[in-house]
Design a protein around this ligand. Structure first.
Ligand code: CP3
Length: 345
């Protein structure tokens, strides 16, 4: 039996629209919260294949999405190459901040595989427990977004430190990008070898860049990762998510070599269907807030999204991740509505 998600990524005609949801495994699920309580830190879950595999499968068991996304985090890559990363309860990630350093530390790419191997083991376990209809999506953060966490020492509202660190010393920044590209390529290829069917690159903070830095920080490193992954795995589709890129989504779609682009809710689905579809498959783009509200608000928003993409290859998803206070019954309603929708043709 073929996989609906892969069919669409290969631009085959399908009757139904495949769907999955960013952050589909997480705190809005009581079964996740229960497992989360059994370990001290979030990373303990990520690096325990048995638990990470179980969490990956939780949303599939409840809602039967067409794809499972590996339960892991984009900060595994900096952690694996020797950058200090921790998660503080209620505060999010805390990292060693490059902003305070003149020189780039010596990262150790060789030691990274020790951490990566645990994630590959999760992928193997999940693949072994998924049937033929479901795809398994592997992922990594894109270098720019991962770099912002390393530079700032955590999340940021404005990313001014990140941008100034780039502008202050381009050579230093390029050296960081190079390390991240190298580690990310190895990490993604490892996930494919372990059984991932498709890959997604999360560039959550692409929209924080001025136009003049977009090519250097987003397009070029993405293109390089795609080129190197495709050189080894030409048949593995790659989805890019340069969140909040506005008009730059078009360059991203034309120039990076990704097969699909995941768009956020600031972009009109009608615009995306017309302008982006000739270049890439579109994934998206329901506002996560509609999923919080539910009822007819949710129903109408889902309907508009589905109809806008009715004639082009489309993977239904949110414009960004599920928030922890989303009621599970709204996710159930979404899954029923998307599965019942019939595409044109
Ligand atoms: O989508 C999925 O279900 C797969 C798992 C996944 C997680 N993080 C699990 C997670 C994925 C794909 C990510 C990606 C990720 N991680 C991104 C890019 C996507 C996005 O949402 O923009 C980013 C920026 C991160 C970094 C990160 N990890 C932050 C900022 C936080 C803290 C914020 C928060 O929501 O708590 C995390 C922690 C994290 N990653 C959690 C989960 C389920 C919550 C941890 C907990 O249980 O306490």
């Amino acid at each position: 039996m073929s996989k609906l998600l892969l069919d669409v990524l290969n631009r085959k005609k399908t009757k139904r629209v495949p769907f999955w949801l960013m952050r589909q495994a997480g705190r809005y699920l009581e079964e996740y919260r229960k497992l989360r309580q059994t370990t001290k830190s979030f990373f303990d879950l990520v690096y325990t294949p048995k638990l990470a595999a179980e969490i990956t499968l939780q949303p599939i068991q409840r809602f039967d999405m067409d794809a499972a996304i590996l339960f892991s985090d984009i900060l595994v890559v900096p952690h694996a190459i020797g950058h200090e990363v921790g998660f503080v309860e209620g505060e999010g990630p805390k990292l060693d901040a490059l902003f305070e350093k003149k020189r780039l530390p010596d990262y150790n790419l060789k030691q990274a595989s020790k951490k990566f191997d645990l994630v590959y083991e999760t992928v193997r376990r999940v693949r072994g427990n998924l049937d033929d209809r479901h795809s398994l999506i592997g992922f990594a953060g894109s270098p720019w977004t991962v770099a912002t966490y390393m530079i700032e020492g955590g999340g940021s509202k404005d990313h001014v430190r990140s941008r100034s660190w780039v502008l202050e010393d381009m050579q230093r920044f390029s050296a960081l990008l190079e390390v991240l590209v190298e580690a990310t390529v190895e990490y993604l290829l490892g996930q494919v070898n372990a059984g991932a069917d498709a890959l997604q690159l999360f560039d959550t903070w692409a929209g924080a860049l001025p136009d003049s830095l977009f090519d250097i920080c987003v397009i070029e490193p993405t293109k390089e990762i795609v080129r190197r992954v495709k050189a080894e795995k030409p048949d593995t589709p790659i989805i890019g998510f340069p969140r909040a890129s506005g008009s730059r989504y078009l360059d991203y779609a034309r120039l990076t070599g990704v097969d699909a682009v995941s768009i956020d809710a600031s972009v009109s689905p009608e615009w995306a269907a017309e302008k982006l579809s000739p270049h890439v498959v579109i994934q998206g783009n329901l506002d996560p807030a509609a999923l919080v509200v539910g009822g007819s608000v949710l129903e109408n928003e889902i309907d508009r999204t589905l109809k806008a993409f009715r004639h082009v290859p489309h993977i239904f998803n949110l414009g960004h991740g599920i928030v922890p206070y989303v009621p599970v019954e709204n996710v159930r309603a979404l899954s029923v509505q998307v599965k019942n929708f019939r595409r044109a043709g």
